[in-house]
Design a protein around this ligand. Structure first.
Ligand SMILES: Cc1cc2nc3c(=O)[nH]c(=O)nc-3n(C[C@H](O)[C@H](O)[C@H](O)COP(=O)(O)OP(=O)(O)OC[C@H]3O[C@@H](n4cnc5c(N)ncnc54)[C@H](O)[C@@H]3O)c2cc1C
Length: 135
């Protein structure tokens, strides 16, 4: 008798060539949840996504995206891409808080308004809960 498990994964072939680039030299998705991050990375790998770190973005022209890689960015490469999706992070907007403070209204600055950089919803929710509990 043959068992149904384990079975080899059979990833769908990707219709596109996808490169996932980051300026950081650390592993992609390093800060993702411990129990889920590896699944995302495994899925991307199975779909043939190229993951490059320590990238310097030089320019985009008709040949594609020009990047520099490696130590001191000594290796130049052109990725012949036709779409570039930029995920450039977020900036805090705290104007309302400042206006309220100036008007003498008690206000708390939390979540993305306080620190948008690498904020996650969990931290924002925790801050909200703590402020609410202290009121
Ligand atoms: C593309 C993207 C993907 C993300 N994915 C994830 C993810 O997978 N997991 C994760 O944990 N986090 C993720 N985040 C981050 C997460 O969305 C934020 O950390 C979280 O929403 C911050 O919560 P917040 O309540 O501080 O701000 P927000 O959720 O931005 O809420 C602020 C609210 O205030 C309102 N507002 C602003 N100005 C005023 C004003 N003057 N008067 C009245 N209302 C106003 C806005 O309309 C908005 O509803 C992602 C963020 C982005 C942009």
């Amino acid at each position: 008798m043959t068992s149904a498990y384990p079975v080899d994964p059979q990833p769908e072939a990707s219709v596109r060539t996808v490169h996932l680039l980051q300026r950081r030299t650390s592993r992609h998705g390093k800060d993702l949840g411990k129990t889920t991050g590896w699944v995302h990375r495994a899925t991307l790998k199975a779909r043939g996504v190229t993951m490059l770190g320590g990238v310097r973005y030089d320019r985009i022209d008709d040949d594609g995206l020009h990047v520099s890689l490696g130590r001191d960015h000594g290796e130049q490469r052109v990725l012949p891409v036709d779409h570039v999706v930029i995920c450039a992070g977020q900036e805090s907007v705290s104007g309302l808080y400042e206006e309220l403070q100036a008007a003498g209204v008690a206000a708390h600055l939390i979540g993305g308004a306080e620190q948008a950089r690498e904020v996650d919803a969990k931290r924002a929710i925790e801050q909200g809960v703590r402020v609410a509990a202290a009121l």
